[in-house]
Ligand binder design. Structure first.
Ligand code: SF4
Length: 238
């Protein structure tokens, strides 16, 4: 087996981001089925909106059995304010149908006893679940040492020069997710993931990133970054 070759700056980047953002968890959840539905609610909407729609879904259907027995149009009602409610409701119904067929009830708790690879393979077998979502559930809810590559992690890792896209359009392909995960030491993956999200939202934005106030600027190759003089009024770090 090939030994991982970690970027030389990875430890320093993790430490600098941790000092600034303190591993804020972005409200993710410890129950794996909650987490999966929370992620569905978060599709194409802002943080306040998806937190509110997930709460509304749980208030309307206090148990997963109730959601599993409800028609999709009923599931759509409490999540309508988050947008795409019909698609999200159908996705939730489809997921629950497959999970019940596999485990006999609406739960993902059997994943707790599976090895990482087995649990990831099961999650990937669910309709509409890709590597990023599967690894979010594994990391946030099951405390596995994986590295979900979301849009912020992907953008920042490229700018740092840690990974090159294999796709012409620079989209993160599943194999790129594996390559990047392989470059991050397992014990640092959680911290790096949650803090890259915070950095990507506040400073390393898609266009005009604020490199002048970035806590990891000393370690960054700034690949593909357009220079900007735009100033950022910094928020107090959490
Ligand atoms: S220095 Fe600039 S490009 Fe590099 S991580 Fe910081 S904000 Fe992003």
């Amino acid at each position: 087996m090939v030994s991982p070759k970690y970027p030389s700056s990875v430890g320093k980047v993790v430490a600098a981001l941790k000092t600034r953002y303190r591993d804020f968890n972005h409200y993710n959840l410890k129950n794996p089925l909650d987490e999966l539905l929370f992620i569905i609610c978060s599709t194409k909407t802002g943080e306040a909106s998806y937190r509110s729609t997930f709460r509304s879904l749980k208030r309307t259907f206090p148990t997963y059995l109730q959601i599993a027995e409800a028609p999709a149009e009923y599931i759509a009602r409490p999540i309508v304010s988050g947008g795409l409610s019909n698609q999200k409701a159908k996705a939730i119904r489809n997921l629950l149908d497959v999970i019940i067929a596999k485990f006999g009830e609406p739960t993902l708790n059997p994943l707790r006893k599976m090895r990482d690879e087995e649990a990831e393979a099961f999650l990937l077998s669910l309709p509409g679940v890709g590597k990023k979502v599967a690894r979010c559930v594994l990391m946030y809810s099951l405390d596995r040492q994986v590295f979900p590559v979301d849009t912020h992690c992907w953008r920042i890792a490229r700018r740092l020069g840690w990974v090159r896209p294999t796709q012409k359009d620079k989209h993160c392909a599943p194999r790129d997710m594996d390559r990047l995960q392989f470059k991050i030491p397992p014990t640092l993956r959680y911290s790096l993931h949650v803090n890259m999200i915070s950095l990507g939202r506040e400073i390393c934005t898609p266009s005009a990133p604020h490199c002048d106030v970035c806590p990891i600027s000393a370690f960054c190759s700034k690949i593909g970054v357009n220079r900007t003089k735009k100033k950022l009024r910094l928020k107090i770090a959490r």
